[in-house]
Design a protein around this ligand. Structure first.
Ligand code: FES
Length: 168
């Protein structure tokens, strides 16, 4: 006979602890899952958002393209409207620029400053950018406008998340 006999009381303790732990895990798992589920969820539907802009209609003149999408912040979903300035460069390649000024975040407009035609102009502190989004030295912005990655799908322009130049 072994010296390590388990008494009836010990056996009952082990059994109750095991069953109790199993039941507690069963109750806690759904709660933990509910708490962290939105964080773990992968982003849906690729990262490109459809715009109403037909690629064939783009010209060398920057066009304002407004588009909206559903944004999910954990449990909160909201409809967000965004804007891009889009044109085709001399090589016929699409350029999609963010309108958010790199100085303090105002919104730039195309060709609105009579003293500097064919520039993006920020009315907040007279910020200027050339057509390709490069900030004009001597004006407040210290970086070029962010660039949207894009794809063409069914003839329409789809835009990704705007990124600083070089990261796009
Ligand atoms: S926010 Fe655009 S120049 Fe200041």
């Amino acid at each position: 006979m072994s010296k390590h006999r388990v008494s009836r009381r010990q056996f009952l303790n082990y059994t109750l602890t095991g069953v109790g732990g199993f039941m507690a895990a069963g109750m806690l798992m759904p709660m933990v899952r509910f708490a962290i589920d939105p964080v773990l969820k992968a982003e849906e539907g690729g990262d490109y958002i459809a715009t109403p802009q037909k690629v064939a209609d783009l010209t060398a003149e920057p066009t304002r393209v407004d588009f909206s999408f559903e944004q999910k912040d954990a449990w909160y979903t909201s409809e967000v409207t965004n804007t891009a300035w889009v044109y085709k460069d001399e090589k016929g390649e699409i350029v999609a620029l963010s309108p958010v000024c790199k100085h303090l975040g105002c919104v730039v407009d195309w060709n609105k400053d009579k003293a500097n035609p064919n520039h993006f102009f920020c009315p907040c502190h007279n910020g200027l950018y050339t057509k390709d989004g490069t900030n004009v030295p001597g004006t407040p912005p210290l970086a070029p406008l962010d660039v949207f990655p894009f794809i063409e799908k069914d003839g329409y322009l789809h835009l990704g998340k705007a990124k600083p130049r070089g990261e796009a």
